[in-house]
Design a protein around this ligand. Structure first.
Ligand SMILES: C[S@@+](CC[C@H](N)C(=O)[O-])C[C@H]1O[C@@H](n2cnc3c(N)ncnc32)[C@H](O)[C@@H]1O
Length: 227
């Protein structure tokens, strides 16, 4: 059985270097590690999930795909069972930013690995959390999948502005999906701003922060219009 990845997971997998030993945290179906093993990009891979059901199915799929012996599955929270020396690449995809920050707080060694993140929500919070730990988005791209847009980051040691609303690599690479991504973000930020401005006791600090965020998104959108 040959696996085919969705466009989102294909872009996540593209950040794994040939010969790497990755762990895919919150793996669910383990599509990414199975695919990497089948393609021969990796000789060995690890994956974890905190629910037994997905791992059972992942083990069956890995066996059916002929890679079961090269994929180790762990039932645990985040990286709790992963020996740091076993892996050189850590993948966290399809989870919220707060879950990713929790998993990385419990295993700070992961910040010294090649870190591939595809956060589904709380992206500004995760960006701030990474910046506070001297981590930067070294590369970024957007993937379109089933009518939705997804952000993928390659993270590593470096300085970045944790309050930045847009990742520099997306602008530098003139990512083709940045314009629709910004349009969505601007719409969401405007709605949130309207909501907090109309509250009985408006939170002035939150309003100021959101206005600054919106201004950055609008500035980036103006930049994309010159491309
Ligand atoms: C939406 S799925 C994403 C699956 C896959 N990574 C992807 O991107 O398609 C999220 C998975 O993360 C698992 N998960 C959530 N929190 C976790 C944690 N703290 N540790 C391990 N797995 C977790 C869930 O059980 C679920 O299987």
């Amino acid at each position: 059985m040959l696996f085919k990845l969705s466009p989102r997971l294909e872009r996540v997998a593209a950040y794994v270097r040939p010969g790497a030993v990755p762990v895919d945290v919150g793996t669910d179906h383990a599509y990414v590690p199975i695919w990497l093993l089948q393609k021969g990009i990796c000789a060995r891979a690890y994956a974890s999930d905190n629910k037994p059901g997905p791992l059972r199915r992942a083990a069956e799929d890995a066996a059916r795909s002929g890679v079961g012996e090269r994929l180790t599955l762990w039932l645990c929270d985040g990286l709790a069972l992963c020996p740091p020396e076993a892996v050189d690449t850590v993948i966290l995809a399809g989870m919220g930013g707060e879950t990713m920050a929790h998993i990385l707080s419990e295993a700070p060694w992961a910040l010294e690995r090649r870190l591939i993140l595809q956060p589904q929500s709380k992206i500004p919070e995760l960006r701030r959390w990474l910046a506070e730990r001297s981590q930067a988005v070294l590369d970024a791209e957007l993937a379109g999948d089933a009518g939705r847009l997804y952000l993928i980051w390659l993270v590593g040691p470096g300085e970045m502005d944790g309050a930045a609303a847009v990742d520099r690599p997306l602008l530098e690479k003139r990512d083709a999906l940045l314009r629709p991504w910004l349009a969505e973000g601007i719409k969401r930020a405007r709605n949130s701003l309207r909501g907090i401005e109309q509250a009985k006791l408006p939170d002035e600090a939150a309003i100021k922060a959101l206005r600054a965020h919106l201004e950055q998104l609008e500035h980036a959108r103006r930049e994309t219009l010159t491309w």
